[in-house]
Design a protein around this ligand. Structure first.
Ligand SMILES: O=C(O)CCC(=O)C(=O)O
Ligand SMILES: [Fe+2]
Length: 298
C-alpha cells in the first residue's frame, strides 16, 4: 500500500518510504487557492491543445509543457522546499539534481488507462541496479484524483522488481493514488505506474514535475523551452535547477569552461575553469559514500 504523509512530517521519513516502496503521497501540501492560480495561468495554453498526442501518450490526454515560461505558480511549486529536499535524498548520490520535465497531464473523459510502465524505461531501456534512482517525480493533483477520474495507478514495492520481469500488469495489480487537490504523489523512475482510465465526466488534471540526476540528458529541453529573455528574470536557484549549472564536475560548461549561468546572469557566474571547489568537494564526498556503501555490500 502506498504510504501517506502530512506536510509537516519529517522529509527523511517521507524519503525513506519512497526508497522502500517507490513512492508516497503528501496530502494537501499546497492550499486549493494555489491550484486555482495554477489553473488560471495554464488555461489559455491548455485551450490551444486540441487533443492527445497519439496512442502511446494518450489519445484523450492533453500534455502541456514549458511550465517555467508559462506559469509563475508552477515555478514556485517546482522550487517547493519539501519536494527538493526529498528529491535530493531519493536520487542516487547526485552531485546536482535538475529539472527533467514539466508537464500538465489533463486526462479528458473517456481516456483509457495508460500502460503500466517505469519512467526510466524512457532512458533507452538502460537497466539500473536495484536502488539506483536517477528520476523522481512530483505529480501534483491540480484537480482531485479519484479512482473514477483516473488517479494514477501504482504498484507499491515494484521499484524492486527484476529488470527482466515480463510486463502486462492489469488494473487489478495496481492501487489508485487518490488525492485531494493540492496533494502530491512522489515516485521514482523505477516504480511501475500509469495514469488511470477516466470514467468520469470531467477532466482529471495533474502537474508532473520530474527531477533527475544532473548528469542525465533532460527530457524537456529547458534551454529551448524557456526563452533566454525569460530565463534572465528567474530566481537563480530555479535557473540552476533548469540546467544553468554544471550537472557534475565538468558536465555542461560553456565555451572556455565557463559556469553556464554566465550566459543568463554574468554577475552570478563562478570562476571559469574546473576550480569550482564546491562541486568538486560534493563529488569527492559522493565518491567516498559510494565506496563505503559498496564496501559494505562485498
Ligand atoms: O498522469 C499520471 O497519472 C501519470 C502519467 C505518467 O505516468 C507518465 O506520463 O509517464
Ligand atoms: Fe509515468
Amino acid at each position: 500500500m502506498i504510504q501517506r504523509f502530512n506536510p509537516t512530517d519529517p522529509t527523511e521519513k517521507i524519503a525513506a518510504a519512497i526508497v522502500a516502496d517507490g513512492g508516497a503521497i503528501i496530502d494537501a501540501l499546497v492550499p486549493a487557492a494555489t491550484m486555482d492560480a495554477l489553473e488560471r495561468e495554464i488555461a489559455p495554453w491548455l485551450a490551444r491543445i486540441p487533443g492527445g498526442t497519439g496512442e502511446s501518450a494518450g489519445l484523450r490526454t492533453r500534455r502541456l509543457g514549458g511550465l517555467v515560461a508559462r506559469s509563475a505558480t508552477a515555478r514556485a511549486m517546482i522550487m517547493h522546499p519539501t519536494i527538493l529536499e526529498i528529491v535530493r535524498a531519493v536520487v542516487h548520490l547526485p552531485t546536482t539534481i535538475q529539472l527533467h520535465l514539466t508537464q500538465i497531464m489533463a486526462l479528458d473523459p473517456g481516456e483509457k488507462g495508460q500502460p503500466i510502465h517505469r519512467d526510466q524505461q524512457g532512458l533507452d531501456l538502460f537497466t539500473f541496479p536495484d536502488g539506483y534512482e536517477v528520476l523522481c517525480n512530483a505529480l501534483w493533483a491540480v484537480t482531485d484524483f479519484t479512482e473514477r477520474n483516473g488517479a494514477t495507478r501504482f504498484i507499491a514495492g515494484s521499484n524492486h522488481f527484476a529488470n527482466n520481469l515480463d510486463e502486462g500488469f492489469r488494473e487489478e495489480d495496481t492501487e489508485p493514488a487518490t488525492m485531494v487537490r493540492g496533494s502530491c504523489l512522489l515516485y521514482t523512475g523505477s516504480v511501475y505506474h500509469g495514469a488511470g482510465a477516466n470514467r468520469s465526466d470531467a477532466t482529471r488534471t495533474g502537474m508532473r514535475i520530474l527531477y533527475s540526476a544532473g548528469w542525465l540528458r533532460q527530457e524537456e529541453n529547458q534551454f529551448l523551452s524557456v526563452p533566454l529573455e525569460v530565463a534572465r528574470t528567474l530566481d537563480p536557484a530555479l535557473l540552476r535547477l533548469m540546467g544553468y549549472q554544471r550537472g557534475a564536475y565538468g558536465l555542461g560548461y560553456v565555451d572556455d569552461m565557463r559556469d553556464p549561468i554566465a550566459v543568463a546572469r554574468p554577475e552570478l557566474a563562478g570562476a571559469p575553469g574546473f576550480g569550482d571547489e564546491d562541486l568538486l568537494q560534493q563529488q569527492f564526498a559522493k565518491m567516498r559514500r559510494f565506496l563505503a556503501e559498496s564496501g559494505k555490500r562485498d
